[in-house]
Design a protein around this ligand. Sequence first.
Ligand code: SF4
Length: 373
Amino acid sequence: MRPHLFGLLADALAAHLLANGVAVRDAEARRVLAHVVAHGRAGFPASRPVPRHVEEAVNRLTDREPLEIVERALDPSDGFVKYLFRLRDGALVEAVRIPLEAPGRFTVCLSSQAGCAMGCTFCATGRLGLTRHLEPWEIVAQFVAVRDEAPGAVTGAVFQGQGEPLHNYANVLHAAEVLAHPCGGRISAKAITISTVGLVPAILKLADECKPYRLIVSLTSAIDARRRELLPAASAWPVDVLADAIRAYQRATGGRITIALVVLGGINTGSDEVAALRRLFDGVPLRLNLIDVNDTREDGYRRATDAELARFRDELRTLDVPVVRRYSGGAARHAACGMLAAMRSARDSASSSATAALTSSSVAMDATTARGA
Ligand code: SF4
């Protein structure tokens, strides 16, 4: 098997080459990875960074083909660019280049799975179901592809695309390590954010391992019965148990934990939610992110009205924690996670069926989205 360079750290590359009879020094392995992953160079130049025999061994024994980019969708109103990638087995995943406030700087939203098993009722990816976990290299390859086309510096990554990152724990943590490595993605570990719907054992494992990454927990409802309806898989753990895990993570790592609430008009914007949050997180340094739902189904969830949202925010402020309304960019053209993949798979199956009568516009009408994790 030829491992992909995007998924390797220097010691693993050196060990793989040695196992195939080629001894390389650590510094040489680091130079190969810096050349290919950190600097995104496809081939080795005439002034090669490593001896010829190392270059030949790397060419013969490893893979460095990029992912196929099927589509790019730019939203000119906000500069978000959504990428749709086809993996080698045909699965489709998305990443998004997100402009940061500082001009010329970007972060990349990455997918960790093809589809998702969590089935959150407001999420397009949840409706796709889980196809499979992504390998570390497939995650890093999304980052590299987006970074290499960015008109500026990519300085962060957020695991908030398709999939529940902590359901693919080992591969996501491995990819994060590569992204933060000077010979890999070269971004600060503190600029890597892992977002979860609240898989308690995985949060406790992260706390134990004391990883330096930022954590966002998509709570959406602090009330058990409501959360069970909205996030069925994540509700395997009652909110009290989840709150205990969040406290443990906060104690282990310090700093504030971000709790995300996907705001569903008429459903989770009442005083009962504020009271439940107060009870669960009294004394825990939190930050609350409010995310507008983005569901284009006719009978889907609706956004909160301005008045409803203003009242909810005012009540949340009585908790004495920062409350930020997060911009879910790109909504106009391509919306949030799962939409591009849902559109493309529907279009592909339409074109492969002799009787299919789907048009891309009718697919777009069906494609639904909103993303919490
Ligand atoms: S919101 Fe996140 S965890 Fe829930 S179904 Fe969508 S991708 Fe999966």
